[in-house]
Design a protein. Structure first.
Length: 452
């Protein structure tokens, strides 16, 4: 009978799949190393098991111990599966930008999940790097994995992923393209492939807000390059020891928007339901088109599964809120699709300024139409209220009619974007849309900017 002794025996030997639709403009054969076939649905299963086995071998991980790791979710999943089989406790420290699905999945396999803020410096005590290290010092019989600097990370891919790619392409692979995070995959695979054929080109896919590309090209660690980004699983604001820049021939950067759009396109056009970094990888590969010739065999590695992103890249509302959804926006009605179901917040002429301020705070809005029994007769804006408050601290008890500005212009739901845009000026911050049946909605500068 043919069976694995436990779930860990199913790690590796993932299939290679030909890309057909998204790569049809490229002159070469493009093959996807499809890592979601690992039991934890990601490439990280490989290095998670390797890191644990090496730590067991040299005594860093003792029986009944606690494994502690900072993770974007996938490494945590791989470690958690191994921890279950081997009898360890698992604590995953994760940043708050990661998808809810990732956090729920980690809890589902028995991990304790500690959530840390994303937008802090790596050495900030609140960061998931610092929190992981602190928990490891505070927890008896624990082991801090540190996938970023742990050599077993790259070792796993040197010993398994690289050889698989070489064998599956019969040694014909000419280019390897992959998103770079901890650096283990690109470094381990790249080292192995270049040992077999020094002419193989290894390309890393980076994201805006990450330091890899500029550092590789200039040797400068530019902190000005570091800022928050949405793309998960790739890019860093540190230089992990696992990133072997010597085996990387170059980097290309992909925007958050393109990563999200191409993640969805992979599902709809290739039938590949994959994670966010796969969108970055395939878009990055397309950006490298000029480097490929007809006889080339290009391998792109896809890290993880789309089920971890159903509340994000595969959610229309999430995409629309960030301006990522490719929708044709031509009329006023298109501008308010994301909030047309919400009631229009208004204030009456006889209500007080304090009521307007409270409403702006509660609904997180900056302007409110003013109405009386005849209809819309004015408007209030947070900037105007702020100026008025500086002039008179007692203005909170003043009726709105005494401080309101001119009413917002009203356009039909079919008004063109150009018509609406002309009405938004320094003096006028919003436009009302007549939806019919006495209903109105509001278009603000934010709606116009989001549509650009």
């Amino acid at each position: 009978m043919d069976y694995a002794e436990n779930i860990l025996g199913t790690i590796g030997n993932t299939p290679m799949v030909k890309m057909n639709t998204l790569t049809k403009e490229l002159p070469c054969l493009v093959l996807a190393k499809y890592e979601t076939f690992n039991p934890g649905n990601s490439v990280k299963d490989r290095m998670a098991l390797q890191m644990i086995e090496d730590a067991e071998a040299d005594g860093r991980l003792q029986p009944g111990g606690t494994i502690i790791e900072g993770t974007s979710g996938n490494t945590g999943m791989g470690l958690a599966l191994a921890a279950i089989i081997k009898g360890y406790k698992m604590v995953c420290v994760i940043s708050d930008k990661q998808s809810k699905e990732k956090m729920d999945i980690l809890r589902a396999v028995g991990s304790e999940v500690v959530v840390c803020p994303t937008n802090v410096e790596p050495d900030d005590p609140r960061s998931y790097y610092s929190t992981s290290k602190r928990l490891a010092t505070e927890t008896p019989n624990s082991w801090y994995v540190n996938q970023y600097d742990n050599p077993s990370n790259a070792k796993a891919h040197y010993q398994s992923t690289g050889p698989e790619i070489w064998e599956q392409t019969e040694g014909k692979v000419t280019h390897f393209v992959v998103g770079v995070g901890t650096g283990g995959t690109i470094s381990g695979v790249g080292k192995y492939l270049k040992e077999q054929n020094p002419d193989v080109k290894v390309w890393g896919v980076d994201t805006y807000g990450s330091v890899f590309k500029k550092y590789h090209e200039t040797g400068i660690f530019d902190e000005n390059e570091i800022y928050p980004y949405i793309t998960e699983g790739i890019g860093e604001d540190i230089l992990p020891e696992n990133v072997n820049f010597d085996v990387i021939d170059g980097f290309t950067k992909v925007t958050d928007k393109d990563a999200a759009i191409y993640t969805r396109r992979l599902a709809k056009e290739e039938g590949m339901f994959l994670g966010n970094s796969a969108g970055s990888a395939i878009k990055g590969l397309l950006q490298l088109k000029e480097h490929f010739k007809p006889e080339d065999v290009v391998v792109v590695l896809f890290h993880d599964h789309g089920s971890r992103y159903v509340g994000k890249m595969f959610n229309d509302d999430w995409m629309r809120e960030r301006g990522f959804l490719e929708e044709e926006i031509t009329i006023a009605e298109d501008l308010i699709k994301s909030h047309i179901d919400k009631p229009l917040v208004v204030i009456k002429t006889e209500e007080l300024v304090s009521h307007a301020i409270e409403r702006m705070r509660d609904f997180k809005i900056s302007q409110i139409p003013v109405e009386d029994t005849t209809g819309f007769v004015g408007s209030v804006d947070e900037a105007d209220l702020f100026r008025a408050y500086l002039e008179d601290k007692d203005i909170a008890e003043t009726p709105i009619k005494d401080v309101m500005g001119a009413p917002y212009p009203i356009v039909s739901r079919k008004a063109s974007i150009a018509e609406v845009s002309k009405l938004i000026t320094k003096e006028n911050n919003a436009v009302l849309v007549d939806l019919g049946d006495g209903k109105h909605h509001i278009i603000t500068k934010h709606d116009i900017i989001s549509a650009i």
